[in-house]
Design a protein around this ligand. Structure first.
Ligand code: CA
Length: 367
């Protein structure tokens, strides 16, 4: 098998990276080539059970059949399963990889449904290989641990080729969300406006303008710093999908490909009902710490306001019960603001410091 270095177009605007030597990861397809190609990213991973082994991350690249349309439309990078227990995006992207017809594509679509492959295999958030959170490892290191090596390749090779990046997330085993598309609050007004249009185009029930509690090392931040639109999602959670969250995921990716002019408006590879219809998205945000309710107790968790519930400041959100002590009164937690319960802690037990709930407020964009 020949493992070729990627030959796709590079972005001259990419700032100099601390890394100068080529990535140790290679693709076995031509990322800049015509038509649809399925292949793998080969990540060197020598270990006890495989001395000269690799981790092989599936990738599909779809370019136009002829070079004519390649420069008239953007390149979009679609990634899923940066966390291995989040499933809507990866399933939509696997379906898209199989069904998308290169004859309907202008520009280029790069699809990586299972970016953190070892974590997907073990159904865990973090990589079982190095214990690293892949979405806190950017921009990565070519000679770092497996996750940092993957982050370095994504940043220096795939993001460099892309004009737009969409990274699909869900709540995983420990959180459950009202399905939403997510962007960050951005200081660059032009980038903010272009990203907001894409957020609306996705058509999720909620479009969240998020201010992260801690954005260090995220793919989001790395892409935004290059001035490129970045959309993420939180499509559900609990370590499983529902028919409703899958429909939102399938429709969202289809809507974005149409919105950016990458996919022929008549093409509907995921057979989405009303794919061209942008459902009204409720724009919300989490402007301050009052939106985040953290547990200060260890115990059994009773949710009192399911995701989607409209609450007022002071309304009861959840209760922690002390199952070791029959005489101890339960502690009630309350919302610090008016808004909608956007996410909840999913497991039945809760620990000190766990995110119990997130409350989002309506977002009014000032023109
Ligand atoms: Ca996630």
């Amino acid at each position: 098998m020949t493992i070729a270095r990627p030959t796709g177009p590079r972005d001259d605007t990419l700032p100099p990276s601390a890394e100068t030597a080529p990535s140790r990861i290679s693709a076995d397809i031509d990322l800049g080539g015509p038509g649809k190609q399925h292949g793998h990213l080969h990540v060197p991973h020598s270990r006890n059970d495989s001395a000269w082994g690799f981790v092989q991350i599936p990738i599909t690249v779809v370019g136009p059949n002829s070079g004519a349309d390649a420069r008239t439309a953007p390149t979009i990078l679609l990634t899923g399963a940066a966390h291995g227990d989040e499933y809507e995006g990866p399933i939509s992207l696997m379906k898209l990889s199989r069904a998308i017809d290169s004859g309907a594509v202008a520009g280029r679509v790069i699809i990586v449904p299972a970016l953190n492959l070892p974590a997907v295999r073990s159904a865990t958030r973090l990589s079982p290989v190095d214990g690293v959170n892949l979405n806190r490892a950017y921009p990565g290191h070519r000679s770092g641990s497996l996750s940092r090596m993957i982050a370095d390749y994504v940043y220096r090779e795939l993001v460099a080729m892309a004009d737009i990046v969409v990274d699909f997330h869900s709540g995983g085993k420990t959180l459950d969300f009202v399905p939403c598309a997510v962007m960050h609050q951005l200081n660059d007004r032009s980038l903010f406006d272009r990203t907001l249009q894409a957020l609306k185009a996705f058509g999720a029930p909620v479009g969240l303008v998020l201010r992260e509690l801690d954005d260090e090392g995220m793919l989001d931040t790395a892409v935004e710093s290059l001035g490129k639109p970045f959309i993420s999602t939180e499509l559900g959670g609990g370590g499983r999908v529902t028919a409703e969250t899958m429909a939102i995921s399938d429709r969202g990716v289809t809507n974005l490909l149409h919105h950016f002019g990458v996919l022929d408006p008549a093409a509907n590879p995921l057979e989405v009902a009303n794919s061209m219809e942008t459902r009204s998205t409720r724009l919300m945000h989490t402007p301050d710490g009052a939106c985040f309710v953290a547990s200060a107790h260890v115990g059994m968790f009773e949710i009192l306001a399911d995701p989607g519930t409209i609450v007022r400041k002071g309304d009861a959100i959840g209760r922690v019960h002390f199952f070791e002590d029959p005489s101890a009164a339960a502690v009630t937690y309350r919302s610090g603001c008016d808004g909608m319960v956007l996410s909840r802690h999913n497991p039945g037990l809760i620990q000190k410091g766990d995110c119990m709930a997130v409350i989002a407020k309506d977002f009014t964009h000032i023109d």
